[in-house]
Design a protein around this ligand. Structure first.
Ligand code: PDD
Length: 284
């Protein structure tokens, strides 16, 4: 497996980071996950825009222009074997003596990109749907930054796994739903798709945008607004989206069936539309 680190392409075994890297010491950095279909990065420009938003959020200068990023990522895609991959792109504030405040003068950032084979959900999982739990969203107030400091998300996801579930749905202030530990969540009620607004309390998902665009283009009723906890528990259907999971049905919540406990009509509509969109945009 070939990775990219600070200007070089090299085997992952040879890639080394100094222990004083601020990513390692403070979790001081941001990342992106970008799916690649038939060796083409999906929604690359949107992912790079979100990367810029994250970098702005932590006051770190983007080390590369959009065209430089495109060249690095395409080169890495070509150097790896699978047709379908997912890119993990990671930038930290670099290596400096341990001090919470930014290094002054600034030091070069650490730039790391790796590619892994993309395995989208199996036919079996698409048919059964997944199980989720609800948990309290105890994260900070800048969840719109795709920060590498993921300890809250790690603990929340682990709580789901410990309960035999695939994902945790996060409830903020005991009132409203924000997202999943590593995904966005949609509620379906009476044929309408409900999505929480892209604010500081959730990651603005690239897949989330695709789903809303598909809904708009296909006359599927949808509303972007605060989604209350009661609406999650009373949902006809719950859907999960992310770059690696695409769109999936959530069929049990806290051990109880969602709707009739099977993937519902909205999922049955959106999943093929997503696949068609992907094929048309990526594989022609
Ligand atoms: N996570 N919300 C959170 C907290 C996430 O970590 C992710 C994705 C999403 C979905 O965003 P997108 O559709 O752009 O992938 C929402 C990635 C896949 C990860 O950390 O591996």
């Amino acid at each position: 497996m070939t990775i990219y680190l600070n200007g070089s392409f090299l085997p992952i075994e040879e890639a080394k980071i100094p222990v004083l890297d601020r990513g390692f010491i403070f979790g001081d950095g941001v990342y992106e996950v970008i799916p690649v279909y038939s060796r083409r990065a999906f929604r690359l420009s949107e992912h790079l825009q979100r990367l810029q938003h994250s970098l702005n959020g932590i006051q770190l200068k983007n080390p590369h222009s959009e065209s430089e990023w495109t060249n690095i990522l395409n080169e890495l895609i070509q150097r790896n074997v699978c047709e379908d991959q997912y890119l993990y792109l990671h930038i930290t504030r670099g290596v400096a003596k341990r001090d919470h405040a930014f290094p002054n003068p600034p030091v070069p950032p650490t730039v790391f990109v790796m590619s892994n084979p993309l395995t989208t959900p199996s036919a079996e999982l698409l048919k059964s749907g997944i199980a989720c739990i609800t948990v309290t969203d105890n994260r900070w107030l800048r969840c719109d930054i795709k920060a590498i400091a993921l300890l809250p998300n790690v603990l929340l996801r682990q709580a789901a796994v410990a309960a035999g579930c695939a994902e945790a749905i996060l409830i903020r202030d005991d009132e409203f739903m924000t997202e999943g530990a590593a995904s966005n969540i949609f509620v379906v009620k009476n044929g309408t798709l409900l999505a929480p607004p892209k604010d500081n309390l959730m990651l603005p998902g690239i897949t989330y945008d695709v789903i809303l665009e598909i809904a708009a283009a296909n006359g599927i009723p949808h509303e972007v607004r605060k989604v209350m906890k009661e609406e999650v528990f009373g949902a006809d259907e719950l859907l999960l989206t992310s770059s690696t999971k695409e769109v999936m049905a959530i069929t049990t919540l806290d051990g109880k069936p969602v709707g009739n406990g099977k993937p519902g009509a909205m999922f049955a509509k959106l999943h093929p539309l997503y696949q068609t969109f992907k094929q048309e945009v990526m594989r022609k």
